[in-house]
Design a binder for this molecule. Structure first.
Ligand code: G2I
Length: 447
């Protein structure tokens, strides 16, 4: 039997005491995204947080994606918080996970105006000092991971919206040539890594993307090692640029690769079925534009779950920007990606409610558990959750639900006050139970 949610054998999931396992009403496509992408000659990736790479999050990251980008772990402020003292813990963890799962790593990012250590941004440096600091940083980090990184976002976000150079410590201190220098230093440290310039709001043909285009063209003409362009694609619902594919194509025609590096599609909360359907169409059209251009090599989402997205923290009132909901159930957007990669959807992705079982604490004879019922794109007015205990566990008490156990079969129905699960909302009930020997996590059925 295979988990509908992750595509992994269930046995592979049943590890760890507090593992969450859900039984979504909508079924994940049978073929993982990474296999669909491979059949199209593409790589599909996600940004990740190293500390999360266990349990259900790790299962999905490993099963569905063929590329990982550290969301923050390789930024200068993370790896060298104090000058000369390095912390590679999270970056190493992500690289090791990727290698264990036969995944590429996109290194992100070497030269940026943001998330730099304060010793760097607060220092006073001559141009020569700044140049050697940057060269050392690039040589150290790229050198450490030599042979292990498929592509580096060497320079991140160098342009203003009007196509002029952004005034950063690098531009101000070193002039526009910092870009060529950074690429050259990175190439010296790992000649096999593909070197990218990465920016946002450069998905369609506009002043900013044209400035990027002209820069790449001139770098190519000057023999500077530039292999690719990253289009971040932090998009707003319903606003995929009509010129996306044309724009990807014009970069490809310069002789560089293109990657969609940070795809997400944010919406005003709460999510509802109409918005989720639009989001599916948006994800699908972005992935389809990449599939249509041979040199578009990678589509990476900026976090695969709404539980791990930068959007709500930066745009209050907005969220639900990724292909999986906060309970790790695939959303319509997931199927949009799958369909653009040639996959077929086994059930209509109009909406789903899922039940997620978790053990919240456990002691030698008993444990406390909970089940969360969550809906996106649809709603419930009453519910029943049932499961079978496989190792003699016995319910002793339940709250926020009426539960009965007959033999191994447990059935819980809503209390008088919590039958309604709204679209975009959830309900949780809890229980105590006894166990001995082992306490395997059951699969919960809703119905
Ligand atoms: O801002 C979205 C992305 C735009 N393009 C470049 C990406 O590198 C950038 O990623 C985000 C991360 O996803 C966020 O996680 O960059 C943000 C910073 O500009 C990251 O946010 C930071 C928070 O601001 C910090 O408070 C927090 O300590 O994440 C840090 C680590 O969780």
């Amino acid at each position: 039997m295979r988990s509908l949610r992750t595509g992994l054998p269930l046995a592979a999931l049943v590890t760890g005491a507090a593992l969450l396992l859900s039984a979504p009403a909508a079924h994940a496509a049978d073929t993982p995204l990474r296999d669909l992408a491979a059949a199209k000659g593409k790589v599909v990736g996600t940004a990740v947080t190293g500390s999360e790479l266990t349990g259900g999050y790790g299962d999905i990251a490993g099963a569905q994606f063929s590329s990982l980008t550290p969301g923050n772990a390789m930024k200068w402020g993370t790896v060298e918080p104090t000058q000369g003292s390095f912390d590679w813990t999270e970056a190493d963890q992500i690289v090791a996970f990727a290698q264990a799962h036969n995944q590429q790593v996109r290194g992100h990012t070497l030269v940026w105006h943001s998330q730099n250590p304060s010793w760097l941004t607060n220092g006073t440096w001559t141009s020569a000092q700044l140049g050697s600091l940057l060269q050392n940083h690039i040589s150290t980090e790229v050198g450490r991971y030599k042979g292990e990184i498929a592509a580096w976002d060497v320079v991140n976000e160098p342009f203003n919206e009007d196509g002029t150079y952004r005034s950063t410590l690098w531009y101000t201190g070193l002039g526009a040539n910092y870009i060529a220098q950074a690429l050259t230093w990175a190439h010296a440290a790992d000649p096999a890594a593909k070197l990218y310039i990465n920016d946002y709001n450069v998905e369609g043909v506009n002043a900013k993307s044209t400035a990027l285009y002209n820069l790449v063209k001139s770098l190519r003409a000057a023999g500077v090692p530039i292999d690719g362009v990253g289009l971040q694609a932090h998009l707003i619902l319903g606003q995929v640029p009509a010129t996306l594919q044309q724009n990807i194509q014009r970069f490809a025609d310069l002789g560089v690769d293109v990657a969609i590096t940070e795809l997400d599609v944010r919406m005003a909360l709460p999510a509802d079925a109409t918005k989720l359907a639009q989001q599916k169409a948006d994800f699908k059209s972005v992935v389809a534009a990449c599939v249509a251009v041979t040199r578009c090599v990678n589509v990476t989402v900026w976090g695969f779950t709404d539980a791990d997205s930068w959007v709500p923290g930066t745009f209050p009132g907005y969220g639900a920007a990724t292909p999986y909901d906060e309970n790790y159930a695939p959303k319509p957007a997931y199927y949009g990606v799958a369909e653009a990669l040639g996959g077929t959807t086994t059930t209509p992705p109009t909406g789903a409610c899922s039940a997620t079982y978790g053990v919240t604490s456990q002691w030698n004879t008993g444990f406390t558990g909970q089940v969360t019922i969550a809906c996106t794109g649809t709603a419930l007015s009453s519910w029943r959750a049932s499961w079978t205990y496989g190792a003699g566990q016995q319910l002793t008490q339940a709250w926020n639900a009426t539960c009965t156990q007959s033999g191994a079969a447990v059935t819980c129905t809503n209390a008088s006050y919590n039958g309604t699960v709204p679209d975009g909302g959830s309900v949780t009930f809890g229980f105590n139970a006894s166990w001995s020997g082992s306490n395997p996590v059951p699969v919960v059925t809703l119905g």
